[in-house]
Design a protein around this ligand. Sequence first.
Ligand code: 5GP
Length: 180
Amino acid sequence: MEKQVTLIDKKFSLYLNEEIILRRIKELANVLQKDYADKELVLLCILNGSFMFAADLAKDFNGLVELSFVKVSSYEGTESKGKVDELIGLSSDMKHKHVVIVEDIVDTGLTMDKIIFLLQQKFPESIEICSLLFKSDAFLGKFKPKYIGFDIPNKFVVGYGLDYNEKGRNLRDIYELIPE
Ligand code: 5GP
């Protein structure tokens, strides 16, 4: 039987297993390594959702890299609200640095638009986006991720850092919501 989990009041079925996720992350790390050889790279990890992705991406990255963590909250339940708070913990020392934003998922892209707007005010040398998941059908944003793990359909997913009302972040695999 298909692997399933229940989180609070919702059921989810397996969508991407850990092995597939980790294999793809290794590929992304290799591409970043090549693209940023000889450049001062900062991986700017967006908490809370990207914590697992950022950790595995950084472990697969062979070379000098800075890791920085910021927090933004924009989501409650299973529907994006497009409401974005300020970035908490953004370092002011971004000049001459090449920033790759590490995000768990880009859905409408509105959160990312706001993150980039705030980051631009710190004048980094360059900004790109690396998102493990990208819902291309839902995307309305100005900045499409250059580095994408998986382009997924417009479904609600949890696990591997992604939550449903703060639950499920610790799951090793990614699960999709089973409609009621
Ligand atoms: P956007 O502004 O791109 O619509 O949404 C960005 C944020 O919404 C993501 O960083 C993530 O926190 C949340 N989000 C969007 N889609 C999903 C999803 O399928 N599952 C979960 N758990 N969060 C999502």
